[in-house]
Design a protein around this ligand. Structure first.
Ligand code: IPM
Ligand code: MG
Length: 367
């Protein structure tokens, strides 16, 4: 059998720095666990624009379609703000999501015990938090037509369209229920059925799918109330399923519950390929952080944990994923901190590669 294949797209800003640590961990799995990946690397975002004049070259798109999983760092940066919308770094990422049809975006928000005091919320609100946001990723207002800026009379009008088909809602709802079955057996669906027809349809379809999962307790919330509940008492949730735009907002809020955006991984999954594996792209929830790029300060944990999600969801290596997550947990419990996690007295931050060293040492210790 051939090795599983991985396409690595480090992207922009801190992307290459955090990805370098993941590369070392991938190397560790080859050396110490005999799990070898065929790794190729390519450009995305501003880096691709600089080289090819497009944020995602067609050859890179084709590679992404052919590998078992894609690992992405981050895209974007102020240098690219002046570019035309159609070639902005973000378009590269959105094209990957759309053409790979990665409709289910899994964004776990877990609070590491050692970091419970880093949240802006009180410790007892966030300690032990473990929720999963399932965000629809290939439709809704991000992609709906008509869209654009048009002239109307003597002024311009900006237009975007929120649009969901029943099948698009159905499939992402199923992903949420399947996950809930393996977790706390609760799904909360969030939309704005009080003001949006797409929300009414969303609620109806999710309710229908829910009937096939009688063991799962389904609830519905308006997304604004959901945002409020998320910061009031987040532990009431297990799996949250929501649309593309609400999911974007709610997952950033959920990220902050855990203390640092530098901690959160994500998986974007599509339909199963011929080999039974889902089409998949893994990326940290954080962005390219241009303010600290190139300084060796970035926290690589979100990217490392994204690789752990790849082990679990693409390669059926759940135990190895747990090994890596436990290594991260140990390092944090030992007090190793990157600069985004400071605040305790007398702690000197480690660099990006210092955090990588610590995680590798914890992996060694796990053998
Ligand atoms: C995210 C980001 C992206 C999004 C941007 C970079 C296009 O905010 O993944 O949450 O809006 O989906
Ligand atoms: Mg976002």
């Amino acid at each position: 059998m051939s090795n599983p294949s991985l396409l690595i797209l480090p992207g922009d800003g801190i992307g290459p720095e955090v990805m370098a640590e993941v590369q070392r961990i991938i190397g560790w799995y080859g050396d110490k666990r005999g799990i070898t990946f065929d790794v190729s690397e390519d450009l995305v975002g501003g880096a691709a624009y600089d080289a090819h004049g497009t944020p995602l070259h067609d050859d890179t798109m084709a590679k992404a379609q052919s590998v078992d999983a894609v690992l992405l760092g981050a895209v974007g940066g102020p240098k690219y703000d002046v570019l035309d919308f159609s070639v902005k770094p973000e378009r590269g990422l959105l094209r990957l999501r759309k053409e790979m049809d990665l409709f289910a975006n899994l964004r776990p928000a877990q609070c590491f015990d050692a970091l419970a005091d880093f949240s802006s919320l009180k410790r007892d609100v966030v300690a032990g938090l473990d929720i999963m946001i399932v965000r629809e990723l290939t439709s809704g207002i991000y992609f709906g037509e008509p869209r654009g800026i048009i002239e109307e009379g003597n002024e311009r009008v900006g237009i975007n369209t929120q649009r969901y088909t029943e099948s698009e809602i159905d499939r992402v709802a199923r992903s949420a229920f399947e996950l809930a079955m393996k977790r706390g057996k609760k799904v909360c669906s969030m939309e704005k059925a009080n003001v949006m027809e797409s929300g009414i349809l969303w609620r109806e379809v999710v309710t229908e799918v829910g009937k096939e999962y009688p063991e799962v307790e389904l609830s519905h919330m308006y997304a604004d109330a959901g945002a409020m509940q998320l910061v009031r008492w987040p532990k009431q949730f297990d799996v949250i399923v929501t649309d593309n735009l609400f999911g974007d907002l709610l997952s950033d809020a959920a990220a902050m519950l855990t203390g640092s955006l530098g901690m959160l991984p994500s998986a974007s999954l599509g339909a199963p390929m011929d080999n039974g594996r889902p089409k998949a792209l893994y990326e940290p929830v954080h962005g390219s952080a241009p303010d600290i790029a190139g300084q060796g300060k970035a926290n690589p944990i979100a990217c490392v944990l994204s690789f752990a999600m790849a082990l679990r969801y693409s390669f059926d290596l759940g135990e190895e994923a747990e090994r890596l997550e436990a290594a991260v947990n140990k390092v944090l419990a030992d007090g190793v901190r990157t600069a985004d996690l400071l605040g305790e007295e007398g702690v000197t931050p480690v660099s990006t590669s210092g955090m990588g060293d610590a995680i590798l040492a914890a992996l060694d210790a796990s053998l």
